[in-house]
Design a protein around this ligand. Structure first.
Ligand code: SF4
Length: 70
């Protein structure tokens, strides 16, 4: 079984929601958000991520406005 890269993941994670226990556990994070019609924080530029609007609609809106930012 492959080991979770939680510490490496945390270094790359731009999520500003500090109390979340899923930070760095990307499999749980993606599952949690996608099941609610959302993407995780890392799908958004940092200024948009801070609004906590993680909806797929907001992702599309941001992409249409800015193009690829990653
Ligand atoms: S994106 Fe959501 S689930 Fe993932 S670490 Fe941030 S608040 Fe937690």
């Amino acid at each position: 079984m492959k080991e979770c890269k939680i510490n490496e993941n945390k270094k790359r994670c731009n999520c500003s929601y500090e109390p979340c226990g899923k930070k760095g556990i990307c499999c749980d994070c993606i599952q949690y958000h996608f099941s609610s019609g959302q993407f995780p924080a890392c799908f958004f530029p940092s200024d948009v991520e801070k609004t906590y609007d993680r909806s797929i609609e907001n992702f599309i809106k941001t992409y249409q406005k800015r193009g690829p930012w990653w």
